[in-house]
Design a protein around this ligand. Structure first.
Ligand code: HEC
Length: 183
């Protein structure tokens, strides 16, 4: 009987160990918005978990003196595949099918998605405009063009938590506007 429970315990701990890395990954993933902001973020998670479980399997077998390189290799291939798949597309690729919009056209997007927070008197927050970034006029929008592009197109951290539901089309529009302003 003693032996039975001992073995059970060992087995459970091995099963748990499969999930050490996936849980760590899931906890840290909120720092990688490319992963959780992906339209198919559930699949990103499933693939990443599969990948680390395969790698873990290699080490478990290795403890039993069985070396099987297919486990870590397929794990790494899956992981690299995910990175390649979710890598941010170049702004050119995102925006190529649109004519460059004017700042006035971009202001329509900014008005509906950003100035709830980035205004002299924000309506979405009980605080002054974050980092002093006010986007109420065309001049202000032009002045912050670089940061708008980085925050809303490249990093996609703005609008904050996408509270104002900006669309991919609107982000692409901002990208095209930004590219079009360059001499
Ligand atoms: C719900 C409120 C909210 C909305 C909506 C919002 N922002 Fe922000 N924004 C913030 C906060 C908070 C910060 C400060 C973040 C920080 O401290 O890192 C910020 C910072 C910024 C900055 C400065 C970043 C820096 O590091 O200097 C820019 C530029 C910006 N936002 C652009 C935008 C654009 C463009 C939009 C619309 C597409 C937008 N934001 C929508 C809350 C918001």
């Amino acid at each position: 009987m003693d032996g039975f429970f001992g073995q059970r315990g060992k087995q459970r701990s091995v099963h748990n160990s499969y999930f050490t890395l996936p849980v760590l990954f899931a906890m840290l993933s909120n720092h990688c918005n490319m992963m959780y902001n992906h339209p198919m973020s559930w699949l990103v998670l499933v693939l990443m978990v599969t990948s680390v479980v395969l790698i873990r399997q290699f080490f478990l077998l290795k403890h039993k003196k069985k070396i099987n390189w297919y486990f870590p290799l397929s794990g790494v291939v899956i992981m690299l595949g995910v990175f390649f798949w979710i890598a941010p597309k170049s702004p050119q690729a995102q925006a190529q099918d649109l004519a460059p919009p004017s700042t006035a056209e971009i202001q329509v997007v900014i008005n509906s998605r950003c100035i709830g927070c980035h205004a002299t008197h924000p309506t979405l927050m009980d605080a002054p405009a974050p980092k002093g970034v006010i986007l109420e006029t065309e001049e202000e929008i032009d002045k912050h063009a670089n940061m708008i592009f980085i925050q809303a197109v490249q990093l996609k951290v703005m609008p904050l938590a996408n509270l104002t539901h900006i669309t991919d089309e609107e982000r692409a529009l901002i990208a095209k506007w930004y590219e079009g302003r360059k001499p």
